[in-house]
Design a protein around this ligand. Structure first.
Ligand code: AMP
Ligand code: ZN
Length: 112
């Protein structure tokens, strides 16, 4: 499968990994939008949040647990944001489920 994030999971494409376990991997975004910008992805290829169902939804809770730990490790006590872009209108460019963990600066709302 020609999926850049599956290739990061397998190690075929290099990444700056900050966390890994049996279910997920976290690595630094290539084009950071904040002082801390980490992507957390399931090892399993799931196209997007639109493909979450009762069989695979456990990974979402797991990823949020990992995000909370990474926020502490990165000293994001002042707050942080987790973003999941879905589909074309959502701004998703990589079709492998991923959560952006952003922090280290004040965030604006609403997003553009
Ligand atoms: P999205 O627009 O939500 O699909 O986010 C995809 C993100 O993946 C973007 O922020 C990209 O900068 C990031 N990205 C794409 N390829 C890589 C890569 N090889 N390593 C790290 N981040 C990547
Ligand atoms: Zn994939």
């Amino acid at each position: 499968m020609d999926c850049v994030f599956c290739k990061i999971v397998s190690g075929e494409i290099p990444s700056k990994k900050v966390y890994e376990d049996d279910l997920c991997v976290a690595f630094c975004d290539l084009d950071p939008q904040a002082p801390v910008h980490i992507l957390i992805i399931p090892k399993e290829h799931i196209e997007s949040a639109a493909k979450i169902n009762s069989e695979n939804s456990g990974i979402v809770a797991h990823i949020f647990e990992v995000a909370a730990k990474l926020a502490v490790e990165n000293h994001l006590d002042a707050g942080w944001r987790i973003v999941c872009n879905v589909g074309a209108d959502g701004g998703q460019t990589v079709l492998h489920l991923h959560f952006h963990l952003l922090g280290g600066r004040s965030m604006k709302w609403p997003p553009g």
